[in-house]
Write a protein that binds this ligand. Structure first.
Ligand SMILES: C[S@@+](CC[C@H](N)C(=O)[O-])C[C@H]1O[C@@H](n2cnc3c(N)ncnc32)[C@H](O)[C@@H]1O
Length: 417
């Protein structure tokens, strides 16, 4: 740990040490920027302790207890995304979602005096505050724009790097047009009920990525961003899916009360071990992948038993549904491991639960494998149809394709109850 003179610097260095130890720091220049830029001055409403805790800080609450309208993002997530962005001195960067202005200041530090940063926020009060904070902290050279980030900021284009710090459902055409050939777009994109920060590279008019990381962001507002559908399957249980999926919630009503089949995969995790790439894998192999979310009451009542109550991957096919579940170690077990499996309901419950388990097992064989994620402008012909799943958005066709073939399923197990 580095010690310095002021409490703010000490706390900042402790936070950066934490980010590094947690494995989210991938370059010395990002570390230097995080140690230099005074986060607390961008969130003056927060205490010094909160400003340097690894958490998001709300600066503009949402209406009536809804999700916040604006916040300073969680520092580990910011560091991870800056690593994906890989910005260098002299580059031109566009940020969508100015928020507090803190990330824009980090970007300005990374590209230096010879580079250029433009940041844009849709809310004038938010962009106004960001501009003020950037000037006060010596980063007045950042261009702050008020407007819909979906249109980009053509005045300063083309950009070598674009970073989106709000969660879009789609990639608007301006981001393709304003990104230089070979440039990078880092964006926390939503598809099939999950959000992942995808590091795209601009290649011949398409965006292609081989890295995506789990993240969570407030949703982007504006045209083309309302493609996610959410509805209740039963009291306290919701499904979220995309508008191009033929999921009929009415046809699924009552399915959780129908007989269930549970299939166990043989793959297991230890406490805090991530399973997010199972969801990623399902989205690249199963067209009915969606989000299954239940309240603690719905779980306690025995209606359902998802792996993670608030968000687990599920797969819908017609009037059948399967979702990820887990079971804890036996009380006498020496190692604390949780086995992953799937619970199915509906006429194809056994096959569907088995297919989810196939993907768990494929993930278990290579837990770090990433698919190739390609975004084509809507209507563009798609080259590598084989193996991948195609998601039709308003402005783009997203293809998620794994290279590893999935083995054929084992015979379906016996039904329960
Ligand atoms: C998580 S905050 C960004 C955090 C920010 N980068 C920082 O360092 O504090 C997301 C921001 O995106 C903004 N936003 C939402 N929809 C937008 C849109 N269509 N265009 C531009 N900004 C948008 C919100 O007003 C909010 O301030």
């Amino acid at each position: 740990m580095t010690t310095t003179e002021t409490p703010a610097e000490d706390l900042r260095n402790s936070l950066v040490d934490y980010i590094r130890e947690a494995g989210h720091l991938h370059s010395r220049s990002i570390e230097r920027a995080l140690r230099r830029v005074p986060r607390h001055l961008f969130v003056p409403q927060a205490s010094l302790q909160d400003a340097y805790a690894n958490k998001a800080i709300i600066i503009k609450p949402g209406s009536e207890g809804g999700r916040p309208t604006s916040c300073a993002s969680q520092p580990t997530v910011m560091a991870m995304m800056l690593g994906q962005l890989d910005a260098h001195p002299g580059e031109r960067v566009l940020e969508i979602g100015a928020g507090t202005g803190y990330n824009a200041a980090l970007l300005a530090d990374l590209v230096g005096q010879t580079g250029q940063v433009t940041t844009i926020d849709i809310h004038p009060d938010v962009s106004g505050q960001a501009q003020l904070r950037l000037e006060e902290t010596g980063y007045g050279r950042v261009h702050v724009v008020t407007g819909d980030g979906a249109l980009g900021a053509s005045d300063h284009a083309p950009y070598d790097r674009i970073i989106v710090t709000v969660g879009p459902w789609d990639l608007p055409p301006a981001w393709f047009h304003q990104l230089a050939p070979g440039g990078r777009l880092v964006v926390p994109l939503h598809w099939r009920g999950q959000a992942r920060s995808v590091a795209f590279v601009h290649e011949d008019g398409v965006l292609r990525a081989s890295d995506s990381q789990l993240c969570g962001f407030i949703s982007m507002v504006g045209e083309g961003q309302d493609g996610e559908r959410t509805g209740h399957l039963a009291e306290g249980v919701a499904l979220s899916w995309d508008r191009d999926q033929p999921i009929d919630l009415d046809a699924l009503q009552g399915v959780l009360k129908a007989p269930r089949t549970t299939v166990w995969s043989g793959a297991s995790v230890v406490p805090n071990e991530s399973t997010d790439r199972i969801w990623l894998r399902l989205s690249g192999t199963e067209p009915g992948t969606c989000r299954f979310a239940a309240t603690p009451e719905a779980v306690k009542s025995g209606l359902c038993s998802p792996a993670f109550a608030y968000r687990s991957p599920g797969v819908v096919e017609g009037t059948s549904l399967a979702y990820l579940t887990l079971r804890g170690p036996e009380p006498e077990a020496t190692e604390r491991r949780w086995e992953l499996g799937a619970i199915g309901h509906g006429p194809s419950r056994a096959q569907l639960a088995e297919r989810v388990c196939d993907q768990i097992r494929a993930w278990d064989r290579d837990r770090v494998e990433q698919p190739v994620i390609t975004a084509y402008p809507a209507g563009a012909p798609i080259g590598e149809r084989a193996n991948g799943q195609i998601m039709e958005k308003q402005f783009t066709r997203l293809v998620v394709a794994f290279h590893t073939p999935t083995p054929s399923s084992c015979p379906p197990p016996e039904d329960e109850k």
